[in-house]
Design a protein around this ligand. Structure first.
Ligand SMILES: [Zn+2]
Ligand SMILES: [Zn+2]
Length: 104
């Protein structure tokens, strides 16, 4: 894969703290940004029922609960009890905030 430089404008404090933490964890900022952008353009999620990873781009949405249907086991949020549905909702909300997107 051909790599290119990407210039971003990011708050200085965030850059400094990110570089420090990335160095501590032994990863590069380029790798973190690449992973985040890969997820942004083609989100892969784990099914909360069978645990298999699937692409939401190629998955159907349940008209009843509005969640993606796992292509392996057919589960959506309808298969969760109240507490599990709440956990899934807030995990999804967290991802939507990180990626400023409703499509996760
Ligand atoms: Zn599944
Ligand atoms: Zn459903």
């Amino acid at each position: 894969m051909t790599k290119r430089k990407l210039t971003l404008s990011i708050d200085e404090n965030i850059i400094n703290l990110s570089k420090k933490l990335a160095a501590e964890k032994g990863v590069t900022l380029s790798r973190i940004v690449t992973n985040a952008l890969k997820f942004f353009i083609d989100p892969n999620v784990y099914c909360f029922s069978c645990g298999k990873k699937f692409r939401i781009k190629t998955s159907s949405i349940c008209t009843k609960c509005g969640w993606y249907i796992c292509p392996s086991c057919g589960s959506c949020a309808c298969s969760l009890r109240e507490e599990g549905a709440r956990v899934a909702y807030y995990m999804r909300k967290t991802l939507m905030e990180v990626f400023l997107s409703q499509d996760i």
